[in-house]
Design a protein around this ligand. Structure first.
Ligand SMILES: NC(=O)C1=CN([C@@H]2O[C@H](COP(=O)(O)OP(=O)(O)OC[C@H]3O[C@@H](n4cnc5c(N)ncnc54)[C@H](OP(=O)(O)O)[C@@H]3O)[C@@H](O)[C@H]2O)C=CC1
Ligand SMILES: Nc1c(N[C@@H]2O[C@H](COP(=O)(O)O)[C@@H](O)[C@H]2O)[nH]c(=O)[nH]c1=O
Ligand SMILES: [Zn+2]
Length: 384
């Protein structure tokens, strides 16, 4: 099932509005075939794996199918997977987690059991629920999933005290990030990063698709339209500023609109910060996409984490030490506190990428389910 989870992950950013799902077919513990849901409308993971097994001439009646999500039992964009499983002659199925849709949940399992298939549910359930966490956000919170990615030194610094950050991570890690950019609908940065880095926020990977992600900038200090910024000079039509109501009414905002940029004014939270949830919800409502990559910096990262909106963290840890306490932190913006107030996360994966370590985490409060209760009503941002 662990392998099925990893396969499912490879569909990240391609399956919306469907969840990521992976499937593996084994015989006596050996992998015979595998598959994952590659794109919305494409065959489901189980069907991919069954097709691969058939192509290899495997006798499926002797095999077990492991699938991260309960097989569907209804006609959607594709026929029911339960039917494909029965027709293939599979007699044993291991399921990671039931389909969270209350209308469907358990239906696929019951059908398979009725047909005499041996079904076990709940295998590696936490990891399988993590795999569908974004799907739950789309359904329940009506907002895109946010993957927060940061590159830091061993002492947790994302830039020097003067704001120099090119580069913290190595070329392999940076190439991986470009791959991520090619799978998301928007790349979000804070005003500090816009001013320090003048980023392009484009996908420049060989694996890039035609579509570039939108560039999203959170700032209460809009740039001047004549500023020499890549986003304004090269991709204003793909740039959206999330700002305050006051800023959105300035001549400066009008000049940015004249370039083609979009300006959204967001409501403020009780602590006077821009309400990032409102920005995300608006992005989703406008049909702009399901997945956002936040690339920092440290103050935006903390704001997202505090607002319960950093759904995953991918941290590239470079084997370097700055040793300057005033260099820029991975997360910053809180006042003095005690350890009990630390925001709790959990590790989900670690691996080496070039010379760097890539650590993947999720907030501890998120257990593969929507959490932190969306506010009952969020004033919609206005696009002026
Ligand atoms: N190594 C890495 O992975 C990365 C490094 N960096 C580096 O980090 C540095 C920038 O980081 P940092 O200084 O922490 O700045 P940020 O990029 O986090 O930007 C902070 C600014 O974003 C705006 N902002 C963020 N959240 C909110 C909110 N909820 N409400 C209102 N405004 C908000 C404010 O904008 P404003 O001030 O405009 O009003 C705030 O001052 C740069 O030196 C850059 O090179 C940046 C990204 C990644
Ligand atoms: N410094 C740093 C990163 N910085 C991120 O990349 C942005 C620059 O993007 P672009 O202008 O498109 O190349 C920058 O503003 C910040 O968000 N990323 C990393 O993977 N590793 C690094 O060491
Ligand atoms: Zn299916």
């Amino acid at each position: 099932m662990q392998h099925a989870v990893e396969l499912g992950e490879t569909g990240f950013g391609r399956t919306a509005p469907n969840p990521c799902v992976g499937a593996v077919i084994t015989r006596n513990g050996a992998v015979m075939a595998e598959g994952y849901h590659t794109a919305c409308g494409a065959p489901h993971a189980e069907v991919e794996a069954i097709a691969q097994a058939r192509a290899a001439g495997v006798d499926l009646s002797e095999c077990t199918l492991w699938v991260t999500l309960e097989p569907c039992n209804h006609h959607g964009r594709t026929p029911p997977c339960t039917k494909a499983i029965i027709e293939a002659g599979i007699r044993s199925v291991g399921i990671g987690t039931l389909d969270p849709n209350p209308h469907v949940g358990g239906g696929g399992t019951a059908f398979l059991r009725d047909q005499g298939v041996e079904v076990e549910v709940g295998i590696l359930e936490p990891a399988c629920r993590d795999l569908i966490a974004d799907f739950l956000l789309w359904q329940q919170e009506k907002r895109p999933g946010v993957l927060l990615k940061l590159a830091a030194t061993l002492d947790g610094k994302i830039a020097t005290r003067s704001g120099h950050s090119a580069w913290v991570s190595g070329p392999e890690a940076r190439e991986e990030v470009h791959g991520l950019r090619g799978r998301v609908d928007g790349v979000l940065v804070g005003g500090g990063t816009l001013r320090a880095d003048n980023p392009r926020l484009t996908c420049r990977s060989e694996r890039a698709l035609n579509k570039q992600p939108l560039a999203l900038v959170v700032t209460s200090r809009l740039p001047e339209a004549q500023d020499d910024l890549h986003l304004l000079r090269h991709r204003p039509q793909e740039t959206i500023f999330w700002t305050t109501d006051d800023q959105s009414r300035t001549p400066q905002a009008d000049a940015l609109r004249a370039l083609g940029c979009r300006i959204w004014d967001l409501p403020l939270t009780a602590s006077g910060m821009l309400d990032l949830r409102a920005g995300l919800t608006h992005f989703f409502d406008q049909g702009l996409g399901h997945t956002i990559l936040c690339e920092g910096g440290g103050r935006l990262a903390l704001a997202l984490a505090e607002q319960g909106l950093a759904d995953r963290l991918r941290l590239y840890l470079a084997p370097k030490i700055l040793g300057d306490a005033t260099a820029i932190n991975l997360f910053s913006g809180r006042d003095e506190l005690d350890m009990g107030q630390a925001l709790p996360w959990r590790f989900t994966r670690s691996r080496q990428v070039g010379a760097d370590m890539c650590l993947e985490l999720r907030p501890q409060t998120q257990q593969g389910a929507a959490r932190n209760g969306a506010p009952e009503s969020i004033p919609a941002p206005r696009s002026r």
